[in-house]
Design a protein around this ligand. Structure first.
Ligand SMILES: [Mg+2]
Length: 230
């Protein structure tokens, strides 16, 4: 690929841009306490990355109606946003990379399984919204990762061919989504929820501990299928 050709970076949010796992844990814990149900770290780990309609019956019982599950899910997301409003910080290297990609002419979008309101709050709190020409959220997709829909919609919104897109992800399902969509993928192990082996196994073209030393040159080399310079 010629460096002058259009290219784009599609960012996962949770575990890639920010680490909000603890905020989600605190929100679930508050909801569980209010319902008088137990909620442990193991419960959290066992349902991590699931959608609320599956998490709620698993944690709190199968007697809730669909409407009650939706209400409990909304309530939990409100608790989560209240936690997030106390402060969230970007993961190492993110700010510098956002600026470097923009300076090098790369387009950027968000591709996340989170509700749009959660993403907008994170982007506002971290003052990063201006970097993203498109935000693809839960509401914009019918199928979650590892289906490529979220990233394909991001590429489409940026008007960049998927084979000129690179996805930044902390989860194997996200890496799989990128690869199934015909994109390149970088796996990041910093938050520690998924191992380098699992990210490589999912097809990551490159696995790094954090974005702290990631350069635009490396991203373009991966997009171009050129030998890595790491
Ligand atoms: Mg993630």
């Amino acid at each position: 690929m010629n460096q002058a050709d259009p290219w784009a970076v599609l960012w996962d949010v949770d575990g890639t841009l920010v680490d909000t796992a603890e905020l989600h844990f605190q929100a679930w814990l508050k909801l569980a306490n209010e319902l008088g149900k137990p909620f442990t770290r193991a419960d959290f780990a066992g349902t991590f990355g699931w959608r609320n309609p599956e998490i709620i019956p698993k944690l709190f019982g199968t007697h809730y109606s669909e409407a009650e599950i939706a209400d409990l899910g909304d309530y939990k997301e409100n608790l989560y946003r209240a936690e997030a409003e106390k402060g969230v910080s970007l993961l190492p290297g993110v700010v510098a990379l956002l600026h470097a990609i923009a300076a090098a002419g790369g387009k950027q979008a968000i591709g996340s399984s989170a509700p749009r309101r959660n993403i907008e709050l994170i982007l506002t709190m971290t003052n990063t919204g201006a970097h993203f020409a498109a935000v693809v959220a839960l509401e914009d997709t019918r199928r979650g990762k590892p289906d490529p829909e979220v990233f394909l919609r991001g590429a489409e919104a940026l008007d960049i061919d998927p084979n000129r897109c690179i996805v930044l992800e902390d989860a194997p399902v996200g890496v799989q989504a990128a690869k199934t969509g015909g994109m390149k993928a970088v796996g990041i192990t910093f938050v520690g929820h998924h191992s380098a082996e699992k990210l490589r196994g999912a097809g990551a073209d490159l696995v790094v501990n954090s974005l702290e030393h990631m350069t635009v040159r490396q991203l373009i080399d991966v997009i171009s299928d050129e030998p890595r310079t790491m």
